[in-house]
Design a protein around this ligand. Structure first.
Ligand code: AMP
Length: 286
């Protein structure tokens, strides 16, 4: 039973998606960058590279079993899909933005008849219907920010991440329609395929979790062990090991959050910790 997966072939989501697949142990080979389609060498899995916008369509038609794309694309497609995993990158939001000089402060001030440029016509239409505004939607495939200045539209609905592009184009964000990040999604799947997809996603999840943690090893005085355990509690408490020929010191191994490294190392040093080693973790299977 060969599984088929669609992932973005270029753009913002491509690089990290490929990185996650490779780190999770899928062998995409050397020349994945030049191909639109590959058979994963060590799994019964075919990966198809398509535009992020096309991933929901491929899933919906059954051409692939599952895929990775932005949640915004899934929402815009209107297809009923199951979100399998948030991938914790590609964060952005689909927002309504207006030129500064219009002086609008809230969506309630958008006048009926307003022209809205967007590459998300379906989400835009349902948003304005929801807030009871009659607008004219002008579909563009990119660079919506420039449209008000070209006289094509009055306002825009576009993806925003930091907000710097809006600022550069003198646009003000009035409302958020959808919050998005990269996700793994599937349509209806038979049980056997669902299980195989779950195994792949568990593996990807283990990579994402591992990236947030580090492995810390240190020799610490036995007399301070209680305080050391408090300083570095780890997932289920540190592993404690004897050191040959020493009864005053033990070795501890512990998994800690990356953001706690600085504090933990300082606390360990104060508690007499020696030979402190910090190592990366490739996968963390809880
Ligand atoms: P692409 O058009 O192939 O670069 O991919 C666009 C996808 O990247 C979108 O559907 C979003 O899910 C995601 N993304 C994240 N931040 C942004 C942003 N600031 N602008 C556009 N797309 C973004």
């Amino acid at each position: 039973m060969t599984l088929r997966m669609a992932i973005p072939n270029k753009g913002r989501l491509n690089e990290r998606t490929v990185e996650l697949l490779m780190k999770s142990g899928l062998d995409l080979g050397e020349d994945w960058g030049r191909r639109l389609y590959i058979s994963v060498k060590n799994q019964d899995l075919e990966v198809v590279f398509v535009r992020a916008q096309d991933v929901p369509e491929l899933i919906n038609t059954g051409a692939v079993d599952f895929g990775i794309t932005g949640w915004d694309q899934v929402a815009e497609s209107g297809y009923k899909m199951q979100k399998l995993l948030d991938l914790e990158f590609g964060y952005c939001r689909l927002s309504v933005a207006v030129p500064e000089n219009l002086g609008m402060k809230s969506p309630a001030e958008i006048p009926d008849g307003c022209k809205v440029a967007t590459s998300f016509p379906k989400l835009t239409k349902s948003y304005f219907e929801r807030i009871g505004k009659k607008v004219k939607i002008i579909q563009v495939s990119g660079a919506a920010e420039i449209m008000p200045y070209m006289g094509v539209s009055d306002i825009i609905v576009d993806l925003v991440s930091s907000g710097s592009t809006l600022k550069m184009n003198r646009l003000i964000e009035l409302d958020v329609i959808v919050k998005s990040q990269a996700v793994a999604v599937c349509g209806k799947l038979e049980a056997e395929k669902k299980e195989a997809v779950t195994d792949i996603l568990d593996s990807i999840r283990s990579v994402i979790e591992a990236e947030k943690k580090i492995y810390l090893m240190a020799d610490v005085p036995v007399k301070n062990l209680k305080a050391v355990e408090k300083a570095c509690p780890g997932i289920e408490g540190p592993t404690i090991m004897n050191i040959a020929g020493r009864d005053d010191m033990v070795a501890i191994h512990v998994v800690i959050n990356k953001c706690d490294v600085f504090d933990s190392v300082n606390k360990l040093k104060k508690l007499g910790g020696k030979g402190i080693l910090i190592l990366p973790i490739n996968r963390l299977v809880a």
